[in-house]
Design a protein around this ligand. Structure first.
Ligand SMILES: Cc1ncc(COP(=O)(O)O)c(C=O)c1O
Length: 371
């Protein structure tokens, strides 16, 4: 035991030496330029009231599900919500998970098999990479958004080929060229899997639905912990895919089901988003305003995630702290989350950020860039 702790401490000390130690901190007070709450639903009183009404009508929604979905934990409410979600996205079927991480783990660990090939964008989320590590399929990374590289790998791939991308990349704030990748996947008879964690709610029900590509994409992962202000996720796809996951995905089978309040709140969340399309429009307005600042940003012009390259982890952290002193909450993304040499400041924009807040951030960033 003692020896194990020594080993753990050595690894932590190494991280400290590299100025890479992570630690949990109490929530900060300030202007939110770092959360994924793009539309502000977590502090929307009307949304709170909708959720409270559901609980008041039936407080038993709040208690646990008593078991996994294949034993005692399934409910009519969850199944109805899955059918509701599938219909909203014009997908054949949907399966709920407690988080996006679990959904990707379930999908990538169970569907690609030995003899198959899995081609992942190099910046794909960690949950996809961890799922892939649990699969016996051969995994390769293609250079970020480099479709020539993807095609080279497609030409060499063996067995059934899967391609994993995000529609809007979480650390870059840029988009995948969905239509071209869909066409490429079709040309090479590959199964395309799209993670829509950051696009859902910001661009309608996500870019796959927005571009009407549901029938040409093998699976879509939607997460509810970001623009919807809740938590959990859904995998969308064919009835065969959903039934396969129910049978073979360990991360789905061997865990206690979510409670009914989760299912009900998701339905309320969809209704709320449909009722207030102006939230996403306001967000686009804020993004446009921020982009006119002339700050050299790496990300796509209409992305709620905007990134500024910073020379090192130390510089990125120093900038984050300097902004924090001015009540501006941003996030320094440092290695190992991103490659060394590509450290950056990540700025998340929200529908609720005011013009004065944007001006304050722009002013502070200009100061940083000119000193
Ligand atoms: C692209 C992407 N996929 C999946 C996830 C995991 O989703 P969740 O936070 O619901 O576990 C995230 C979360 O950061 C993400 O950015």
């Amino acid at each position: 035991m003692h020896q194990i702790n020594q080993r753990l401490n050595k690894a932590l000390a190494h991280r400290t030496d590299l100025d890479m130690l992570r630690s949990l901190k109490a929530p900060k007070k300030g202007i939110d330029f770092y959360s994924n709450d793009y539309l502000g639903l977590t502090h929307n009183n009307e949304f709170h009231t909708l959720l409270l009404e559901a609980i008041n009508t039936d407080p038993s929604l709040l208690v646990g599900a008593t078991g996994s979905r294949l034993i005692s934990g399934n409910s009519a409410c969850t199944m109805q919500t899955e059918a509701f979600i599938a219909a909203k996205h014009k997908a054949a079927a949907a399966l709920l998970f407690p988080s996006g991480f679990m959904a990707n783990l379930a999908l990538f660990s169970s569907v690609p098999k030995r003899g198959d090939t899995l081609l992942m964008d190099e910046f794909i989320h960690r949950s996809v990479r961890d799922g892939a590590r649990l699969s016996a399929a051969q995994g390769y990374r293609f250079r970020h958004n480099d479709l020539n590289h993807l095609e080279q790998l497609l030409k060499k791939s063996k067995g059934t080929t899967f391609i994993a991308i995000e529609s809007l990349y979480s650390m870059e704030g840029d988009f995948a060229d969905l239509e071209t990748i869909v066409a490429l996947a079709e040309r090479y008879q590959s199964a395309l899997i799209v993670d829509e964690a950051h696009a859902f709610g910001v661009f309608g029900y996500g870019l796959v639905a927005h571009k009407d590509l549901q029938e040409r994409v093998f699976a879509t992962v939607i997460t509810y912990g970001k623009a919807m202000g809740l938590h959990g996720s859904a995998i969308l796809g064919s009835h065969s895919l959903i039934s396969y996951l129910v049978n073979f995905a360990a991360a789905f089978i061997y865990t206690t089901a979510l409670n009914d309040f989760h299912a009900v709140s998701l339905r309320k969340g969809y209704e709320f988003l449909a009722h207030y399309p102006e939230l996403a429009q306001t967000l686009q307005q804020r993004i446009l305003e921020f982009r006119t600042s002339g700050i050299p940003l790496l990300s796509a012009a209409n992305s709620p995630i905007q990134t500024l390259l910073v020379p090192s982890s130390t510089a990125a952290r120093a900038l984050q702290m300097e902004l924090e002193k001015q009540q501006l909450l941003t996030f320094a993304v440092v290695s190992p989350t991103v490659k060394a040499g590509t450290e950056r400041l990540r700025i998340c924009l929200h529908a609720f950020n005011t013009q004065a807040e944007l001006d304050q951030l722009t002013y502070a960033l200009r100061n940083y860039l000119t000193t």
